[in-house]
Design a protein around this ligand. Structure first.
Ligand code: PMP
Length: 295
């Protein structure tokens, strides 16, 4: 993720990644009460474009609020930092990771200090762009009454990491988590859609992270005149689908070829997801953030 020359942003300063330090007593490390986000920068042929930075940093702010952390930078400031980060590291196709973490505190009360870290690394293509053989995880997405599941809280990701590890251990590529009511929720780092008779279906909000790519997919569906329904989805409905795909900033639109060994009928190239993927590829490169002058 970094080498000797990598520069990162930490609490208002640009420093070498290898010199960046955090305390072993930081609350986030022990109790998971930090938040993060993930953005992508794309080579636009004429520089680079960060896709939907406004939406991502707004979510970082709202995630932080939900775990009683305050981000000491505005959304606009964070966007500027992200652009400078890509510039300083001579990147174009990259993944950007802002992290807001709580400082030293060994008790279960809000931490006094908040730190902001941002780094980026080269990311040309999601490594698992191949079709994914998925399994329904034995780990459930926590109830929204246990933790804000609609926020990118560090601690929420222990269930997702375990689900992914379990899937890989059992020979699958990726996991699909059910929510606490037994409905399909999402992948460990992406939302899910399935196709049936030319229409798309996706879990409704409540027990998912409402992804920025998910809403982009819904916008593309409007353009392509594809009907999308948000609803509670049972595993049986997913097994009976014609096709399915994950979507997320890192994963983009990644097709799922099977769930628990049940293969989908439709080929990727013939699916609605494939058309969406083609439009998405154009959008990410050229949907430039207009409000910001980069100097
Ligand atoms: N669900 C989870 C659990 C995620 O971590 C992500 C990645 N941020 C997503 C869905 C997709 O969200 P987005 O499209 O905003 O990246």
């Amino acid at each position: 993720y970094y080498d000797d020359r990598t520069e990162v942003f930490l609490d208002g300063e640009w420093i070498k990644a290898k010199d960046a330090k955090a305390s072993l007593f930081d609350q986030t490390l022990h109790y998971g009460t930090g938040v993060f986000d993930g953005l992508r920068s794309y080579n636009s042929g004429n520089g680079f474009n960060i896709f939907k930075p406004f939406e991502h940093f707004k979510r970082l702010h709202s995630s932080a609020e939900k775990v009683f952390l305050k981000v000491p930078y505005t959304v606009e400031e964070l966007i500027k930092i992200a652009y400078e980060l890509i510039d300083r590291n001579n990147l174009t196709n990259a993944y950007i990771r802002p992290l807001v973490f709580a400082g030293p505190n060994m008790i279960l009360a809000p931490a006094k200090e908040t730190h902001v870290f941002m780094t980026a690394w080269k990311w040309a293509k999601y490594p698992g762009f191949e079709p994914l053989n998925c399994m329904i995880s034995s780990y459930l997405k926590p109830s929204p009454k246990s933790t804000p599941v609609d926020a990118k809280v560090v601690g929420n990701y222990s269930a997702n990491t375990l689900a992914s590890a379990e899937a890989k251990k059992l020979g699958f590529d990726e996991a699909i988590l059910l929510d606490h009511q037994g409905h399909i929720s999402e992948g460990p780092g992406s939302n899910i859609f399935y196709e049936k008779d030319g229409e798309l279906f996706t879990p409704k909000e409540g027990n998912i992270l409402p992804g920025i790519t998910r809403s982009t997919v819904m916008d593309i569906c409007k353009e392509l005149k594809v009907k999308v329904t948000e609803k509670d989805i049972t595993p049986e409905e997913l097994y009976g689908a014609d096709h399915a795909f994950f979507c997320g900033t890192a994963t983009e639109i990644t097709h799922i070829s099977s769930v628990n060994g049940e293969k989908f009928k439709k080929k990727w190239e013939d699916s609605v997801g494939y058309n969406i993927h083609m439009v998405y590829q154009q959008k990410v490169m050229f949907d430039e953030y207009q409000g910001l002058t980069i100097v």
